[in-house]
Ligand binder design. Structure first.
Ligand SMILES: C[S@@+](CC[C@H](N)C(=O)[O-])C[C@H]1O[C@@H](n2cnc3c(N)ncnc32)[C@H](O)[C@@H]1O
Length: 311
């Protein structure tokens, strides 16, 4: 997969600034409690907001942040942001933490933050296909250099596979209707290749219902994004490995944006004997934060501490 362990801090020249506004920034620093000389792993660097705050807090005590993002474009926007701070930025997936620890010559972590989903930089970039309020190629990969794009999946999968994916990862009740239209277009030699073509199908298949004001394409795009990036499998795999790479007393904070992810985190924190959840209900952003950053409205943050297991 996707970790070539290039320390991006050592590479290339810097360009743009991120437009991403970090979610629950104060809460992340408060709950992770960066310790003296500690190492924090930011598994979803994005625009670097959390990394920078954690590095500032950790650097007072000689600590550092190892940050990783699966999207090579995050490096472009990230390098200026981390200049002068004790942050090592890598390209790869957070579940490949071992490869990153090895590359950074770090033995164990004192804190971990995962802020799941996509960044505003990715959403704004029409060439990625994440936003259905525009047009562009239907890609939806966090790392467009690897794996299968959404367009390729829709060109190759059976009608049942498409319907199942949209139902399972998007919880879209009308998944069969949407899959049927997608396959019909293929049979007419007009396969779905762009955002606008898929949005058009969703609009025709999903009626806007009363009191239900999400866009008709929301669930379908969410499903395809989760599928092509294997987001849930990667989260599950990371939750198995990360606690073993952390020191007792270290904390792990995960911010999720939909119920499928939150369920995985909640169950892992509850069932894994290496972890002690620090809250029963997830933390939510304040009304003030939601007013300033509406993207934060569906965020849920859970934090657990690494238990000291007696052998
Ligand atoms: C919500 S943004 C993170 C924003 C960041 N916390 C900040 O404050 O700017 C999520 C980021 O996680 C990245 N991402 C998603 N899955 C990943 C994975 N498996 N490994 C590493 N990065 C991933 C995405 O590419 C995206 O840049």
């Amino acid at each position: 997969m996707n970790a070539d362990e290039t320390n991006l801090s050592d590479v290339a020249e810097q360009s743009r600034k991120s437009c991403h506004v970090s979610v629950m920034p104060a809460e992340v620093v408060q709950w992770l409690e960066p310790v003296a000389g500690g190492v924090v792993f930011d598994g979803t660097f994005g625009g670097g907001g959390h990394s920078v705050l954690l590095a500032r807090a950790a650097s007072e005590h000689g600590g550092r942040v190892l940050a990783v993002d699966r999207d090579p474009a995050a490096a472009d926007v990230g390098l200026a942001t981390i200049a002068g701070l004790p942050i090592d930025l890598f390209c790869g997936s957070y579940h490949q933490v071992d490869r990153i620890l090895k590359a950074a010559e770090v033995e164990a972590l004192d804190g971990v933050v995962l802020d799941l989903g996509l960044s505003s930089d990715q959403l704004e970039d029409r060439s990625r296909g994440f936003s259905f309020n525009g047009d562009g190629p239907l890609d939806l990969r966090f790392d467009p250099t690897r794996g299968r794009s959404a367009k390729e999946f829709l060109a190759q999968a059976t009608e049942k596979e498409i319907a199942d994916a949209i139902y399972q990862f998007g919880e879209e009740r009308l998944s069969r209707r949407i899959a049927k239209q997608i396959v019909m277009r293929r049979q007419e030699r007009k396969p779905v290749k762009t955002v606008a073509e898929l949005v058009d199908i969703c609009r025709r298949c999903v009626p806007r219902s009363k009191g239900h004001d999400i866009h008709p394409a929301t669930r379908t795009f969410q499903a395809l994004r989760i599928l092509v990036n294997e987001e849930l499998a990667i989260l599950e795999s990371a939750l198995k490995v990360l606690p073993s790479r952390m020191r007792p007393g270290g904390r792990i904070a995960i911010i999720s944006f939909h119920s499928l992810e939150d369920r995985i985190v909640k169950n892992a924190f509850r069932d894994d004997e290496r972890l002690e959840p620090l809250m029963r209900k997830p933390l939510r952003p304040s009304d003030e934060e939601v007013a300033v950053n509406p993207r934060s409205r569906s965020a849920k943050m859970r934090v657990a501490v690494i238990r000291r297991l007696v052998p």
